[in-house]
Design a protein. Structure first.
Length: 135
């Protein structure tokens, strides 16, 4: 049985944050071995793998969209958590047209509340709303 979309987004966010910090090899991250689950289903992590690989494949365009919506800030100065949430969500906004933007933004806000700083969710919401309105 595959992981649900909410859990898949959490796993994808975690993998992207680890990838961005440079502490792990992408192939290892995509095995999601830190989940410690015994599953013989080869498709269990298909959704988060697709999210991670799609984000990385389109990272230049995604980072450009994020940077153009940051006021007096540069993407390199963002903390890894906020950056991973934004990258994953911008990938969804730009390339996953089957997921409505309000759902993408709501999921991003929830990730920011769960894993970010106290104000991360406000920042993530503002950036994503700006990107949504321009696309």
């Amino acid at each position: 049985m595959s992981v649900g979309r909410r859990r898949g987004r959490i796993l994808a966010f975690q993998a992207l944050a680890a990838w961005d910090m440079g502490g792990a090899v992408l192939d290892d991250l995509l095995k999601f071995s830190w989940q410690n689950e015994d599953s013989t289903d080869p498709n269990r992590y298909l959704f988060p793998k697709m999210m991670v690989l799609g984000t990385i494949e389109n990272i230049a365009e995604i980072d450009k969209a994020i940077q153009s919506n940051l006021d007096n800030w540069v993407i390199e100065r963002l903390n890894s958590v906020d950056k991973a949430i934004l990258r994953l969500s911008v990938y969804s906004l730009l390339y996953q047209k089957d997921t409505p933007p309000p759902i993408v933004i709501d999921e991003a806000i929830n990730l920011a509340k769960d894993f970010g700083t106290d104000d991360s969710y406000k920042f993530v919401n503002a950036v994503l709303d700006s990107i949504k309105n321009k696309s």
